[in-house]
Write a new protein. Structure first.
Length: 409
């Protein structure tokens, strides 16, 4: 849910309204006044008790279900030192990894287990809890070898395999000085594991384990880098988690947003503006970092719809910091805008031009209108606006106007 929707103000421009609770099933609750049962309708926000008349506001929230994987370990049979284990099945390899005492042998068994045939066998799901629990106590070289099979499960086309490892991450990932191998395996899960890894990083940072937090953030970076279809969703997760994280995690998120702009991504511009609008009230200390990220979001709208959406954000945003960034990154109009679009844009931009504090910030957006189109003609609606400004017109706009007039002569 967006910050604006959460506060009940409005929904974001450019997005269709979608009632979030329109198809929810009826639930039951108890009256805070008399304790009688209340029957809740699907989209009901206020409910009155039939017995005492007390009115209650209904809030529905998603709640994380704590994972509770059953710890099952396969039976262990001591092996003959001369016996080769490369051809063993999944059960026996897992048992050997969990029970052998020779570190080199355990590492070799873990590497033998790292095979698609053992993933497809299906039995690994049963042993994931015991397996990951052993990784928490394993030396680094064994932890690294053991994560191989988990990485393949995360990448499997069978969602049951992926879900099993994610649940293990939820259950065992929130440990001080935890398993780096588990974090690496989760990082192969693309968009499905971004929020989990980010939450692990924030938890570790708050509990003083900065090295583990850094490893989790590297996992977030890896997961997003591997994502092809839901890259935008991953960035949206980071944007909307920013007000809940702190320290190096918040700094990492803002640096990620800046780098996304720097390499040419623009789809998250409006997301960052919305976060800025919320941070102006909730987390003002994050504004400098977000403003720095937005300074890399240069470049005009890709088409008419994108341009009109950008314009609407100038009237939608409440905080001056967010509005100023929206103004600075608006850019000029694309070639497919109409005369009515230009008039609408000038109506929105005129108050910024009339304000001494923001006048220079809107110059580039208006200058793009002066040079719009081919040939030697300024759009009539733009020329009429320039003439109507008189002495108030910013000198940089006068220079652009005169230069265009000279080209017409």
């Amino acid at each position: 849910m967006s910050f604006r929707a959460r506060s009940g103000l409005a929904h974001r421009p450019g997005l269709a309204f979608n009632p979030s609770m329109s198809d929810a099933q009826a639930e039951r609750a108890h009256c805070p006044g008399c304790g009688a049962a209340l029957e809740l309708q699907a989209a009901q926000a206020i409910v009155s008790c039939n017995f005492c008349g007390t009115q209650s506001k209904v809030e529905r929230r998603l709640r994380r279900v704590e994972p509770d994987l059953e710890r099952v370990a396969p039976p262990y049979k001591p092996r003959d030192p001369k016996e080769a284990f490369e051809s063993w099945g999944c059960d026996r390899l897992v048992a050997g990894i969990l029970n052998e005492t020779d570190l080199a042998v355990r590492v070799a068994m873990a590497r033998a287990l790292d095979s698609w045939q053992h993933v497809h066998a299906g039995c690994m799901r049963t042993y994931v809890a015991a397996y990951v629990e052993a990784m928490l106590q394993a030396p680094p070289e064994l932890d690294k070898a053991m994560c191989g099979i988990l990485g393949k499960m995360v990448c499997s086309d069978d969602l049951a395999d992926k879900h099993c490892v994610i649940r293990a991450g939820e259950q065992y990932g929130f440990r001080l000085h935890g398993s780096r191998g588990l974090l690496f395996a989760l990082s192969l899960g693309d968009a499905a594991t971004v929020k989990l890894l980010l939450d692990i990083a924030e938890w570790a940072s708050r509990n003083g384990d900065e090295a583990y937090a850094k490893e989790a953030l590297i996992g977030v970076q890896t997961a997003i880098g591997r994502e092809r279809t839901y890259h935008e969703v991953c960035t949206q997760i980071l944007c909307h988690r920013l007000t809940f994280v702190s320290g190096q995690v918040a700094q990492w998120v803002m640096n990620f947003l800046k780098n996304e702009f720097d390499v040419g991504y623009r789809y998250h511009r409006n997301m960052v503006l919305e976060v800025m609008d919320a941070c102006a009230i909730e987390r003002p200390e994050l504004l400098p970092g977000l403003q720095k990220a937005m300074s890399f979001a240069r470049g005009g709208a890709k088409d008419r719809h994108d341009y009109l959406t950008r314009l609407s954000w100038l009237t939608y945003l409440r905080s001056p910091q967010a509005r100023l960034c929206a103004l600075e990154t608006l850019g000029g109009p694309p070639g497919d805008v109409t005369a009515d679009d230009l008039k609408q844009a000038l109506d929105v931009l005129t108050p910024f031009h009339d304000n001494e504090a923001t006048r220079e910030k809107c110059v580039d957006a208006i200058k793009g209108m002066i040079w719009l189109g081919e040939g030697n003609s300024i759009p009539p609606v733009v020329e009429a606006w320039l003439q109507g400004q008189g002495e108030k017109l910013h000198r940089w706009l006068k220079d652009s106007w005169n230069l265009r007039l000279n080209r017409r002569q």
